[in-house]
Design a protein around this ligand. Structure first.
Ligand SMILES: Nc1nc2c(ncn2[C@@H]2O[C@H](COP(=O)(O)OP(=O)(O)OP(=O)(O)O)[C@@H](O)[C@H]2O)c(=O)[nH]1
Ligand SMILES: [Mg+2]
Length: 354
């Protein structure tokens, strides 16, 4: 799963990226140049820590999220061009970094710090691009319908109706993530990478000790969270001991970054199930509502192909009872079939036969 970090120039994208990935990309200005850096981040999970202590495996593997620091968005109400748009459309969701910090030595491209305005600017930039994409698609569909010989007319008409709905929604300044579409329709737009369909996490990038601004912004599929970006980046770059000292000195009990990673994960509609054993304790990522056979497929396609049964135990039962054998003895290890809906935090063992 990949989240693209976007925002106006000099809003603190690379700073947030470094904080999330414990990276040290230089925070010099990209000058609006198109530039992408990616980093993979473990999703912190106390349950994995505890299972790992229980099973003492050779390897402990957390769920992962990839962040991409994408520079080059100007926020000038112009269409986003080629390679940049291509990058954006490949993301599963966005982290929008909004500058709140005041610093005279860092000029704001619009001349002043105004988070509400910047949120609106980025929203309309993404909207504009989807509007252009929808219009292009409608032209193509009209051509296809006129020429004939390809897909069935009924299918083309269905797509035309859908993209006309998109066009209308976007023209009313409404992002597409707020529109209900059927699973059929979902399939016919999967390849288009429409930007306003993607979930978004808005990060209010605060200066040290700054209070978050009041921002009236509540929309489906968007979460808003304040982060003291530079402070968190500085801490992320320290060793664990120094980081503790630093946090004590600044009176920080918990970093916002763990929360940001969790919010990203939730926003993308993901959850984790676990596998345990002496070799490996591991978190696997699936969509919420995934079935047992889909969970098997997340581990390996062979497990889905040869699926017989899933042995399932809840995290709480396993930890309380102290082991898989104990769980089995107490009848807490359930046998489930292909269609079983896996829950977040369940420990799943797939029985399969090829
Ligand atoms: N004072 C202060 N400066 C910050 C803060 N966060 C970021 N900066 C500074 O703002 C400048 C821009 O930060 P970057 O993280 O490079 O911003 P960016 O969005 O990646 O910039 P571009 O890639 O050039 O668009 C840097 O000089 C940072 O040190 C903060 O919380 N307080
Ligand atoms: Mg940058």
């Amino acid at each position: 799963m990949r989240l693209g970090i976007i925002g106006l120039p000099q809003s603190g994208k690379t700073t947030i990226f470094n904080a999330l990935t414990r990276g040290d990309q230089p925070v010099t200005t990209s000058g609006g140049r198109f530039e992408v850096h990616t980093g993979v981040v473990d999703v912190p999970d106390e349950r994995i820590d505890i299972l790992s202590r229980m099973f003492k495996p050779k390897k402990t593997i957390y769920a992962k999220v990839t962040y991409a620091d994408i520079a080059g968005l100007e926020g000038g109400k112009s269409a986003i061009s080629g390679p940049l748009l291509n990058q954006l459309s490949q993301m599963d969701g966005f982290v929008h970094v909004v500058r709140c910090f005041e610093d005279a030595s860092v000029p704001h491209p619009a001349g002043s710090v105004n988070p509400a305005r910047d949120v609106a600017t980025m929203d309309s930039e993404l909207l504009l691009n989807d509007l252009i994409a929808a219009e292009r698609r409608l032209e193509k569909l009209a051509d296809e319908r006129r020429k004939g010989g390809g897909r069935e007319k009924g299918l083309i008409d269905r797509d035309i109706a859908l993209f006309e709905r998109f066009q209308e929604t976007l023209s009313n300044d409404q992002p597409l993530r707020e529109l209900e579409v059927s699973s059929e329709e979902e399939k016919s737009i999967a390849g288009f990478g429409l930007l306003t369909r993607k979930p978004m996490l808005v990060i209010l990038n605060l200066g040290e000790g700054q209070q978050p601004p009041a921002l009236e912004y509540s929309r489906p599929g968007v979460a808003v969270t304040p982060v003291q970006g530079r402070l968190e980046m500085d801490i992320a770059q320290l060793g664990p001991e120094d980081a503790e000292l630093f946090k004590a000195e600044y009176g920080i009990s918990e970093l916002a970054l763990g929360k940001v990673i969790h919010q990203s994960y939730d926003l993308l509609g993901l959850m984790s199930f676990f596998t345990v054993g002496p070799d490996e304790v591991r978190a696997w990522t699936v969509n919420r509502g995934a079935s047992a056979v889909e969970a098997a497929g997340a581990i390996h396609s062979d497990l889905a192909k040869g699926f017989i049964r899933a042995e399932v135990v809840t995290y709480n039962d396993l930890v309380t009872l102290g082991g898989l054998a104990e769980a089995r003895n107490k009848g807490k290890l359930r046998l489930e079939g292909k269609e079983y809906i896996v829950k977040d935090g369940e420990i799943v063992h797939i029985r399969f036969n090829l």
